[in-house]
Design a protein around this ligand. Structure first.
Ligand SMILES: C[S@@+](CC[C@H](N)C(=O)[O-])C[C@H]1O[C@@H](n2cnc3c(N)ncnc32)[C@H](O)[C@@H]1O
Length: 212
């Protein structure tokens, strides 16, 4: 499969201004800290961020697991990874950022206590989503947990109006339809992950928690 058929990499100018845009629409540092809280990360744990982008979530996770913990991030975009590495360096945080697709995670089995992923699954064709969930099952340790947060159907009818740009994007991008029709939890279950909790925050962001 080519990189393009694996998903939609964020590159160039979009990558350069990614953090500014994310902060503006409420998906920056505060959102990342909320997801870290949802994952109940503990000191010394080992964490993987799938589709880590510019590394905001990985940095928040790193602060939570402390110096003896381990945090890794993977993304298919070199540009996003470059931003992530610069941020980690500027913040004096040790994080391993690797290039790779989430359906071929470049780590051995049973490497992580927790796997996180924010706002990236809507970039993936259904088969790649399934591959990602299979790979997450492989790299998690027994008892390991997963927290994903991505666009989903609005919690209220007015969500279609207030989040119109996101909803329009979900409707026009075939890769986002699994999200819009709330199929992610089913796909996770089909790949052997035990879904433990689901909820919607920010009107259109679905948080799904699962474990092995
Ligand atoms: C909307 S961004 C989200 C980034 C970050 N998780 C966040 O919450 O800000 C989606 C990211 O997924 C990456 N991506 C797309 N397809 C991918 C794949 N198959 N494997 C790994 N990363 C992928 C893109 O390059 C981009 O950085």
């Amino acid at each position: 499969m080519t990189t393009q058929s694996k998903g939609l990499p964020i590159t160039g100018i979009t990558s350069r201004f990614y953090d500014i845009g994310s902060d503006l629409i409420g998906f920056g540092k505060t959102f990342a800290e909320r997801i870290v809280q949802e994952a109940k990360l503990k000191p010394d744990e080992s964490v993987l961020d799938c589709g880590c982008g510019t590394g905001t979530l990985a940095l928040a996770a790193r602060r939570k697991v402390g110096p003896k913990g381990r945090v890794c991030g993977i993304d298919i975009s070199k540009d996003q990874l470059e931003q992530a590495r610069t941020k980690a360096r500027n913040n004096n945080l040790r994080i391993e950022f690797l290039e790779g697709s989430v359906d071929e995670i470049p780590f051995p089995g049973k490497s992580f206590d927790a796997v996180l992923s924010t706002l990236m699954i809507h970039h993936l064709p259904t088969e790649v989503k399934k591959g990602m969930f299979r790979e997450i099952r492989r790299v998690l340790r027994p008892g390991g947990r997963i927290v994903i947060a991505d666009f989903g159907p609005p919690a209220h009818y007015w969500g279609w109006i207030v989040a119109a740009p996101v909803m329009l994007m979900c409707l026009t991008h075939s890769t986002a339809r699994d999200n819009l029709f709330n199929r992610l939890a089913d796909l996770m279950s089909q790949e052997g992950l035990k879904v433990t909790d689901e909820k919607t925050i920010k009107e259109v962001v679905r948080i799904i928690k699962a474990e092995l």
